[in-house]
Design a protein. Sequence first.
Length: 225
Amino acid sequence: MTKFFITSTGTGIGKTLVTTSLCWQLRQSGENVTALKPIISGYDAADMSNDSAQILQSCGIEPSAAEQERISPWRYKAPLAPNMAAAREGNPVDLAALVAFCKSQTAEMLLVEGVGGIMAPLNAQHTVLDWMSALNWPVLLVAGSYLGAISHTLSADEVLRAKNLPIRAVIVSESRDSGVSLADTVDTLKKFLPRAIPVVELPVLNTKEALWKDAPPLSWLCQNL
């Protein structure tokens, strides 16, 4: 069983685009892939553009309420960090239960998408970094190309390496309306990140629906390990 944790330098960077693109491409190549979004905030079950629904669709699964609940047991309406949303809505995130949920899955390939950035609080004691550390799976780190993204990405790399979490790749998801070019961001990151870490470009996609179908090849990041 091959497992990856998809995280990012912050919220709204492009984790779900990477997750859905990988699901779509891996399925097209014949892989048996399962993807989870265990925690989601800003959740609206009726909105088929929510992250959980998009992930299901990219896996060829009808995004029914039951299916969304299956891959996202911790769902919060408030668009806040999980600790804040849980304080308003109940259903706090229990780290042990969260880790057990992820480890209970069976599939040839498993992708787990985190919430927010690597230091987003899950509850009063734990962050996403604690979640990743407990799983100790290879990490796909999604970064942006906005001004400041290079510093955020290199800081994230330092934190992950300090916890001995293996970074499989950094995917730079182009930030809309940024004055910094995607190519320059990638080129600079390559100079500062360890050479063993691939740095991959993911340009802005303008398709109105099913963006993941138009992403450049990413599935190789999960294959030929």
